[in-house]
Design a protein around this ligand. Structure first.
Ligand code: ATP
Ligand code: MG
Length: 285
């Protein structure tokens, strides 16, 4: 297996409607490297360029300037588009727009069938993919009767059945209730940790941003912060200045740190905060 980056975004600028009366510069000189096994989370305000960036990862958009390389293939090379689309699968926000068949297992089979795979291989992949997302018991059900969270997991299975190297999820939990959101998060975690799929997730929920091993913050078409969740979210004041949230446990630990400087300022999860408080014998004062 190659150890080099799986995706490289090099100095990409992207302009919608170039040459028109009102061109929009949506990306400005963006550099981003994705390694195999990464779970990269992208956050940023509405219109900061997150969707535009991820659409470059599978050649849905091509750079106005700069280059995007996927497994050594230039996304501008038309010969590679199919290979690139097979390597980088996309899951979008609205599960209803992604379900194509009336029965769950047919929906998941749709992609691999279109690859021209033999029926036994399609069957194997459908079972595997439905198993990974925890939907195997529902394989015979009517897709439209599923909850939004279940539909989104079927959509993920459909992408997974194509055996992509990378799965990109663009706000794929945004339309779900908290239960559905947790189901999908758990699924993404499993894809990444157990199946070795490289994940790129765009989200507005900071609680989801701590799931990744890397976080990127975008503003006005630029990457303005990058690092591990702890590195990024410890920059509480800068994030507040950008009017971005930090995860609630981090907010709490940051405020406790102000009262007691020996309390760590950069805890990410409820578990970490509880553990720290217990370690101190239950008191922070
Ligand atoms: N099809 C389009 N035509 C013209 N401009 C567009 C188009 N899509 C996006 N834009 C503009 O490009 C910029 C970046 O948009 P983009 O959708 O990438 O942001 P985003 O971070 O994904 O936002 P959101 O959080 O709302 O999904 C915005 O100014 C947006 O208005
Ligand atoms: Mg978007």
């Amino acid at each position: 297996m190659s150890e080099g980056p799986i995706v490289r975004v090099e100095n990409v600028t992207f302009v919608y409607n170039p040459g028109s009366e009102n061109p929009t510069v949506a990306l400005r000189n963006v550099d981003l490297t994705l390694y195999r096994g990464d779970y990269l989370v992208i956050v940023g305000h509405n219109g900061s360029g997150k969707s535009t960036l991820v659409k470059h990862l599978n050649a849905l958009l091509l750079p106005t300037e700069g280059e995007v390389w996927v497994k050594g293939m230039d996304t501008r090379d038309p010969e590679h588009v199919l290979d690139i689309r097979r390597s980088v699968g996309m899951v979008f926000q609205n599960p209803d727009n992604q379900i194509v068949a009336t029965v769950v297992e047919h929906d998941v089979a749709f992609g691999p069938e279109n690859l021209g795979l033999p029926p036994e291989e399609v069957e194997r992949r459908v079972e595997w993919a439905l198993g990974v997302v925890g939907m195997l018991p529902h394989r015979d059900r009517a897709s439209h009767l599923l909850s939004a969270g279940q539909k989104q997991r079927v959509a993920i299975a459909g992408v997974l059945a194509m055996k992509p190297d990378v799965i990109v999820l663009d706000e794929s939990t945004a339309m779900l209730d908290p239960v559905g959101r947790e189901e999908v998060l758990k699924t993404i975690r499993r894809l990444n940790r157990e199946e070795g799929v490289t994940v790129v997730a765009v989200t507005h929920f900071m609680r989801e941003a701590v799931e990744g091993n890397r976080v990127v913050v975008m503003e006005e078409g630029r990457i303005v912060m990058e690092g591990t969740p702890r590195e990024v979210f410890s920059r509480v004041e800068e994030l507040r200045e950008m009017m971005l949230d930090v995860p609630q446990p981090t907010e709490l630990s940051y405020e406790l740190h102000k009262l007691r400087p020996d309390f760590p300022p950069d805890l990410l999860t409820v578990e970490e905060v509880v553990e720290e408080i217990c370690r101190r014998g239950g008191g922070v004062r």
